[in-house]
Design a binder for this molecule. Structure first.
Ligand code: ZN
Ligand code: ZN
Length: 375
């Protein structure tokens, strides 16, 4: 069960042919890593996988980074690698390889969705008269459908972030600032087996009503309701993302306890709705209907979830209007929230995988409104 199997390059070439695209050009990022296992650094020096619709792929890298390719899973693929020296023109290397692989000038070429504009424009110059599009639509089928090895990697990431939440009482205490708490959480995310702590949201009191609030110097007060949404990336490349809501000493305010019960029921309803053939629209509605029936509909101001894998946010998006049915192997978050502006808020988030039997929930840490001891 290999995480980065060798057949993905050929599968992507087939998808490109079916889309009528001559080649994919992939600079550092999740698409490149997905296809080759190479976790490249994005810098001003060009790294680019040249994947013609037919013919041999070529990985163009700065010569000083060649040892990193050799040390990565990409070395097992038998992929041709060319290292360009500081005074070479790597864009000309890309263009020349593409011309020789196709036996003609490339007409339609797709670049990675998150490629840097400065590199895309230089590729466009080097490829003269080329029609540029996005690689995302070509690769989305592959990326959305997680292999058993990918699900296992997401499971490990989920268990690691669960362990961080289980320790929250060590750090989340009155008198400390959100930033101090966030620093401790980030250190724990690394200690529990991630290579990066990608985000630490500690939304205390009124900040909890701002879903993407990150950290501030606000001092947490006794009895505050605190939304903690955290995640990182493991060495294997897979992401975690998990939200729990806490009460910092004392007891939950009655109003919060009331809407938290609604929120928990909504999160459970959406999770129970997951099955192959069900649409993301329907999963979103399963959560939204419960919150609306509870009287808090106007306070649930974002979609129910997002896909996750090599990127923290990727397809499929669990949002109203998305009518593309779920299939086995899709991995995504279920994260409804209720936010009362200027006062407080709550969110419950798990990562789930769609299986033949419904959702496999990858985050198992207690979903209740946990009251932490204040001292
Ligand atoms: Zn999250
Ligand atoms: Zn999320």
């Amino acid at each position: 069960m290999t995480l980065y199997p060798a057949d993905r390059l050929a599968t992507a070439q087939k998808a490109a042919r079916e889309a009528g695209i001559d080649a994919l050009l992939l600079t550092p990022g999740a698409d490149l890593r997905y296809l080759t296992g190479y976790h490249a650094h994005a810098t001003e020096r060009l790294t680019c996988l040249v994947l013609p619709a037919q013919g041999d792929p070529l990985l163009v890298v700065p010569v000083l980074e060649r040892p990193m390719v050799t040390a990565s899973p990409a070395a097992a693929l038998g992929l041709d690698v060319v290292g360009w020296a500081e005074t070479d023109d790597p864009y000309a290397v890309v263009a020349a390889h593409l011309h020789s692989a196709l036996g003609r000038a490339a007409q339609r070429v797709a670049v990675g969705n998150r490629a840097w504009a400065e590199q895309v424009l230089r590729l466009q110059d080097a490829l003269e008269d080329v029609d540029l599009g996005l690689a995302g639509p070509v690769l989305r089928e592959m990326r959305m459908h997680k292999s058993p090895a990918e699900v296992e990697a997401l499971r490990r990431a989920g268990q690691a972030i669960d362990r961080v939440h289980a320790r929250m009482g060590e750090w989340l205490r009155p008198e400390r600032t959100e930033r101090e708490v966030g620093r401790d959480i980030a250190a724990a995310i690394l200690a529990e087996g991630h290579v990066s702590a990608d985000f630490t949201i500690v939304g205390s009191g009124p900040n909890g009503a701002s879903p993407h609030h990150e950290l501030s110097d606000r001092r947490i007060e006794y009895g505050d309701v605190v939304v903690v949404d955290i995640g990182g990336t493991t060495a294997e490349g897979y992401c975690s993302d998990n939200t729990r809501t806490y009460v910092c000493g004392g007891r939950a305010p009655a109003e919060v306890a009331e809407y938290y019960a609604v929120l928990l029921a909504a999160q459970q309803a959406a999770t129970a709705a997951v099955a192959p053939g069900v649409t993301p629209h329907e999963v979103d509605a399963a959560a939204r209907d419960v919150i609306a029936a509870g009287g808090y509909g106007e306070f649930f101001i974002h979609r129910t979830g997002h896909g996750i894998g090599l990127e923290g946010h990727e397809e499929p998006y669990i949002v109203a209007g998305n009518a593309e049915p779920l299939r086995e192997g899709m991995a995504f978050s279920i994260e409804p929230g209720i936010y009362l502006p200027g006062r407080h808020g709550a969110r419950i988030e798990d990562i789930v995988v769609c299986t033949a039997d419904g959702a496999e929930v990858l985050n198992l840490v207690d979903r209740g409104l946990r009251v932490l001891a204040a001292s």
